[in-house]
Every structure is written in structure tokens, then in C-alpha cells.
Design a protein around this ligand. Structure first.
Ligand code: IVH
Length: 693
């Protein structure tokens, strides 16, 4: 392939991948493959400047920082929407439409009201020429350079109905996951964090330097048109128009659909509202738009809003309240989480009394103090959080000094008194008490019994609390020694302590049924699988998937316990940090004691290791890149692992061999730069044949 045809091919592949991802919501290639295509294209364009193209996917950050934004006049003004808060207002809206159109059962396009920033994108003969903010509706700011960095916005329209001129209106927003990820990165790198996804989107678009915007993970959904010349005549409804936009390569919110009458739109409102917290982006309402264009024309406009559309808002997810105290919770790994105890307040229909403050950095950033008036938010997560402090309402003395000092995390564990430590480069402070700390012991037991670990049904927080408090269990192995009488006695003591009448007295024999059930559930967990035990042990950073990988790789517990850090790093996807955690865990005498005690109670099948720890490639790290003709890369990876290799995704100084297939790109270049041994496919095939695989 000549460089120019390869460049064209790569540009097409990347644009197709964007289209599949953002418009069809059906990703075609993994991120790492996408990055590889991008790097190969960058390298080729750098080597062949004669094939440069401003619309190449590599040129999204091509525009220089501006000193100010130019004004843009919208040829068709950008409208706003009337709001409805109560169902009755929606009923009135639909009644008006039924009366004035004479249609007794009108169809609506129903869509989420996205909580971002409205923008207008101008395409001329299919090319993205200008993008602007809404501004006052008539005039906005030219933010083309920033909008070009958003991969969901196509630089060129696709398909064979590309119109002469098209102003596409829609919302730029920051997906919740991208917002969280960005803030994690910002905290770790001393950059300013974003207050919420909406501010994140708005602030990012107002950056004068597109390179800053490019680092912000923004996305876009189209929902309306401005000026349009050359739109297919066959389009007679809003929903047909949205479907057409998708064929042009413009992303449309996948939740958009049509609904009939007031029942239809309200059903959509309730369904969307129930899923609001799990949607990947923030919304603040549902929007109903009369679907038929002829009916829209009949309804017309009032001032700046159409009479054929309405925004039905959801209750606010933010409310103001007062911090009555700040407490600290100790988790399973000893992590200290500061929690604000709040004056009870309704947020989006739920009474909130506690809100997480996450960690010491977050407390410092917010500067939350006891007595402060704060905004609490129920957002993406179900756990409410403190969004910000209302500075003007901070309680102060006569001299104007704050009544309370800045909050600091305790230096000793509030539960067991052990020292609290914060590792270099970590945001989390931890109690060093380990399983000596009752709080950690309780959490360790709850984790051990949880469904995805040992799955002991019914052993919830309440029982674990009492079991630890009264000293019935110190380690997870002690659970298996419990007898019915222990449970009954424990219950009696708990009732006594709490001043509740013992149920055993009230209900006689029936009261022991729950204890029998618990014993049966504990017994049922005795036959288990190695991966469950490994997960249940609660080794830091060993989640379900790492536990599975370890179980598969070692097949049995003894070889895993015997593995040193270097051997653990040979396991796929286990890096130096996790390898060290695992090795340290099994090196601790008290952990080995617990495991020995557990082995006397719990059984699991063991097998031979499924990955060879010896073999001709033992100790070698191999990277596969480019396409292979005789087998897939996965197959090749399995075969290499069976010969003892560790297969990795990226080339570094530690890489032993890079296997370069057809059209290998940047990884091959990097291997050559680092002087890493490179094999072609023929050499790989010969090697596998020689070792009889
Ligand atoms: S349609 C002709 N659809 O709401 C009406 N707007 O108050 C033009 N918004 O500025 C707007 N999601 O920022 C429309 N699915 C949606 C929307 C939506 C969010 C915002 C948009 C606009 C404001 C109108």
C-alpha cells in the first residue's frame, strides 16, 4: 500500500470507528486499537506532510489559541423552551395542541433534556465550517476550534443526502464517567477540579486554547435544526429528521422516541426519571415536541419559545442544608472516609441525613466545616455528596472570624486508636490497625460473606456487628466454628444491650429458625471455588476479576502463596503494585494462620496451572502488534502464554520480544527505537511448530 492510500484508509477507519461509537452506539474496535490507528496515522502524516488535510482526525486540535471569541449571528435564532413542573401543566399543553390542531391523539417526539450547553454547528456542503454558543439566541460566540476537539462532532457529514447548508443544534455535555475520571486526574495532578458535569462542559467550551478543551472529555447530541437548505423533501416530522441526522453521522440521544397523547409523554417522563441516576449523562427534564411539521407550523411561537414544545422538569437533585457534625468511617482496607452528618433534607424525593466527603483532599478543596450551610447533591451515584459550601452563610463570631476551624482528619483511628497513615501519592488515609481494628474486621467479614465472595446468605451488617462486638469471631475462619447456641446467646446479649425484649422469650422455638438458617448458609459456603476464596480474603486491589485470573493462572492455593513478586508479575494484567500487595498479604503470619484455619473448614477444587510458569518463554514479556495471517492475535497470545510468556499490550524497556504482523505501526517503531528483539509471523510460526503447538 502506498503511503497516501494507507493514510486515506486510516482516516476512513478512524471516522468509521467514531461513527460506530458515537452515532450507532455500537463500538467496532477496542480503544487500544483506535489509539494504534491514530498513532500510525500521525506517524505517516508527519513523514508525508504533502498529504496533510485540515479535516484529518489528527487535526482536531489544529487551531491556535484565540485572544477572544468572535461574534456569530445565528441566521435562524436559537430558541428556548417553556417549562412545566406539574403533570397538570403538561395536560394543559397537550389540551391546547389537541384543540388547535384538531388532532385528538397527537404524536410527540420525546427526548431527555440534556444538562449541558446549547450550541449550533454549521455544515456547508457537508463540511463543518463553524460552531457557536447560543448566546442571547440571536448572537453567540464562535467556538469552532473547541468544538473540533469533540470526537462526537463529525468534521464531515456522511451518506448521500448531504445538504447544501445545515445548522445543527444540540447539546455539548460531559458524560458522568468522564467527569469523574477527569476529576480523579485533576486531583492527582494538582489541576483544578470541576464542580459538576454541566459546569465542566460550559467551562471547557469557553477555553480560549483548544488544547485545554481537547483534554476535557466532552460529547454531543443533536436535537434541532436552524437554517437548512437541501434537506430531503420526504422528511415531514421531527423524529424523521432525527433519524436523518444519524445517517449524516450526527449523534442523536438514544433515549429519543415517539409517544402518543398525554399518557404517552407522562409514561416516558416517569420511565426516564426512574433511570435518571443510571443514565451516563446528567438530565434535568424531559422534552416533548409535537412530531408533525405541519402541526408545528399551525401552533407557531410565542416570543422566543415554540408553542409546540415544552420541557417537563425533574425535581432538583441539589438542596441546601446544614452540616451538624463531621464523622469518620473506617472501611475494610482501613480507608478513612469523612462523612457529613446533615440536618435532614429532601433531595429528589429522598430524605438525606449523611453525605460523603470522600477524602481529606476533597474536604480541603471544599473547606467544609461544622455549622456550614452546604449544597448536597444526589447525582450519578446513589450516595449523596456535598457539592459546595455557601460561603456567605458560614457562622462567624462578632469579629467576623469563622466559629469553626478547618476540619482535619484524626491522626488516630476513631475506632481502634491505631495510627492513621497516608502513603506518599495516595489520596486516602488509612488506619494501620489491620484486623486488630474492629471496624476493619467487621467490614472484612461483611465482604467475606457477600454474594460474590463466599455467598453466605443472611449474614449481614447487623449480625456481623454483634458477632465482632461480643467477641464471637475474630477472623473469617471463626465463622465456621459457630453453633446455633452462639447465635442465640449473641442475640440475647444484643437485645439486653439495646433494651429490646428477647424474641426467644416472646416466640419460643420459632425464634431459633433464623439461627438455623444462618448455620445452614455458612455450611453451604464450605464447598466453594478458589477464585471466590481469593476474592473473599479481601486482599487490597484484588477484585473479582484479578481473583479469577490468579485462580486460573496458578490453579491451586499453594503455588500462589509461594509466588514471589517477580513470579506474580508474570501473571497477565498484574503489575508491580498489585504483585507487591499479594506477596505482602501472603507473607504476613496472621494471614497465613487464617488461611490454614480456613482450609480446615472450606473446600475447593484445585487443578494444574493453566499457564505455564516454565517453558521456553518463561520470564519473557511479549507484545503482539499488527495483523497475523495464520491465526488471530488472541490465539497467538494463548499459545505464547502456554509456553511461559507474559503477553502485554504495550512496548517498554521490559519487553523481550515484539511480534510484528501486517501493518504494524507505532509499537514496532517503539521496539526498534528501544532495540527490542522483533519477530515476524514466519518466525513465530516456526517457533510454535518447534515447540509442538
Ligand atoms: S430543543 C426549538 N431539545 O434546553 C427548541 N432543547 O430551554 C430548541 N435542551 O437551550 C431546543 N435538551 O440547551 C431541545 N432535547 C432537547 C434539549 C434541549 C436540552 C436545552 C437547550 C436549550 C434549552 C431550551
Amino acid at each position: 500500500m502506498t503511503p497516501d492510500s494507507r493514510i486515506a484508509d486510516l482516516r476512513q477507519q478512524i471516522e468509521d470507528a467514531n461513527y460506530r461509537y458515537y452515532v450507532l452506539d455500537d463500538p467496532s474496535i477496542p480503544d487500544i486499537e483506535y489509539d494504534r490507528l491514530m498513532r500510525e496515522l500521525e506517524a505517516l502524516e508527519a513523514a508525508h506532510p504533502e498529504f496533510a488535510d485540515a479535516d484529518s482526525p489528527t487535526q482536531r486540535v489544529g487551531i491556535r489559541p484565540a485572544s477572544k471569541f468572535e461574534e456569530v449571528t445565528h441566521t435562524v435564532p436559537m430558541l428556548s423552551l417553556a417549562n412545566a413542573f406539574a403533570d397538570e401543566e403538561v395536560q394543559d399543553f397537550v389540551d391546547r395542541i389537541e384543540k388547535e390542531t384538531g388532532d385528538g391523539d397527537p404524536v410527540f417526539s420525546v427526548e431527555p433534556k440534556l444538562d449541558g450547553l446549547a450550541i449550533s454547528l454549521r455544515y456547508e456542503r457537508g463540511a463543518f465550517v463553524r460552531g457557536a454558543t447560543r448566546g442571547d439566541g440571536s448572537t453567540g460566540e464562535d467556538v469552532t476550534g473547541n468544538l473540533r476537539t469533540i470526537k462526537a462532532i463529525p468534521l464531515k457529514l456522511r451518506g448521500d443526502t448531504v445538504p447544501e447548508v445545515l445548522d445543527v443544534r444540540g447539546e455539548v455535555f460531559m458524560p458522568k464517567a468522564a467527569f469523574d475520571k477527569y476529576n480523579d486526574w485533576a486531583l492527582a495532578n494538582g489541576e483544578k477540579t470541576l464542580a459538576n458535569p454541566r459546569n465542566g462542559a460550559a467551562g471547557s467550551l469557553r477555553q480560549l486554547d483548544p488544547r485545554v478543551t481537547a483534554k476535557r472529555p466532552l460529547s454531543f447530541y443533536a436535537y434541532a435544526l436552524g437554517e437548512a437548505q437541501g434537506m430531503p423533501e420526504s422528511i415531514k416530522t421531527h423524529s424523521q429528521m432525527l433519524a436523518w441526522l444519524k445517517t449524516l453521522g450526527l449523534p442523536v440521544c438514544p433515549e429519543a422516541r415517539t409517544a402518543r397523547g398525554v399518557e404517552g409523554v407522562l409514561a416516558f417522563y416517569r420511565d426516564l426519571g426512574a433511570r435518571r441516576n443510571v443514565l451516563p449523562y446528567d438530565i434535568d427534564g424531559s422534552v416533548y415536541k409535537l412530531d408533525r411539521y405541519d402541526q408545528q407550523r399551525a401552533m407557531g411561537f410565542v416570543s422566543r419559545a415554540p408553542r409546540w414544545a415544552i420541557a417537563h422538569k425533574y425535581p432538583a437533585q441539589e438542596e441546601a442544608t446544614v452540616v451538624e457534625a463531621i464523622d469518620v468511617q473506617v472501611g475494610r482496607t482501613g480507608a478513612l472516609t469523612p462523612v457529613a452528618r446533615l440536618k435532614p433534607v429532601q433531595v429528589a424525593g429522598v430524605v438525606v441525613t449523611n453525605a460523603t466527603l470522600h477524602n481529606a483532599d476533597q474536604v480541603a478543596r471544599l473547606d467544609v466545616r461544622v455549622g456550614d450551610h452546604v449544597i448536597v447533591r444526589r447525582a450519578g451515584d446513589v450516595i449523596p455528596e456535598v457539592a459546595r459550601v455557601i460561603d456567605e452563610r458560614r457562622p462567624r463570631d462578632a469579629q467576623g472570624e469563622p466559629l469553626h476551624p478547618p476540619y482535619a482528619l484524626p491522626t488516630t483511628c476513631p475506632v481502634c486508636g491505631s495510627a492513621v497513615e497516608r502513603e506518599e501519592g495516595e489520596v486516602v488515609a488509612r488506619c494501620t490497625g489491620g484486623l486488630f481494628c474492629p471496624a476493619q474486621r467487621k467490614q472484612a467479614l461483611i465482604h467475606f460473606a457477600s454474594r460474590r465472595a463466599m455467598d453466605i446468605e443472611g449474614l449481614g451488617e447487623r449480625f456481623v456487628d454483634a458477632l465482632v462486638e461480643f467477641g464471637y469471631v475474630k477472623t473469617v475462619a471463626d465463622l465456621y466454628a459457630l453453633k446455633i447456641d452462639d447465635f442465640l446467646e449473641m442475640k440475647r446479649r444484643a437485645d439486653e444491650r439495646d433494651g429490646t425484649t428477647p424474641e426467644t422469650v416472646k416466640a419460643g422455638k420459632v425464634a431459633s429458625k433464623w439461627a438455623e438458617n444462618l448455620i445452614a448458609a455458612i455450611d453451604a459456603s464450605r464447598d466453594t471455588a478458589l477464585e471466590r476464596v481469593l476474592f473473599a480474603l479481601g486482599i487490597r486491589d484484588v477484585g473479582e476479576s484479578t481473583a479469577k485470573t490468579l485462580a486460573k493462572y496458578f490453579g491451586a492455593l499453594d503455588p500462589l502463596m509461594a509466588a514471589d513478586e517477580a513470579a506474580l508479575q508474570q501473571v497477565p494484567d498484574i503489575g508491580p503494585v498489585v504483585a507487591a500487595r499479594i506477596a505482602h498479604f501472603f507473607a504476613e503470619a496472621h494471614n497465613r494462620d487464617v488461611i490454614a484455619a480456613l482450609r480446615a473448614q472450606v473446600r475447593w477444587p484445585e487443578s494444574a496451572p493453566q499457564r505455564s510458569t516454565d517453558g521456553p518463554l518463561a520470564g519473557k514479556t511479549v507484545v503482539l502488534t499488527g495483523g497475523l495471517a495464520s491465526m488471530s492475535r488472541d490465539e497467538a497470545g494463548d499459545k505464547l502464554e502456554a509456553l511461559g510468556a507474559k503477553v502485554s499490550g504495550s512496548v517498554s524497556k521490559k519487553t523481550s520480544i515484539v511480534i510484528a504482523g501486517e501493518a504494524a505501526g507505532s509499537k514496532l517503531a517503539k521496539a526498534q527505537e528501544l532495540g527490542v528483539e522483533v519477530w515476524d509471523e514466519a518466525r513465530l510460526v516456526a517457533f510454535l511448530a518447534e515447540h509442538a503447538l
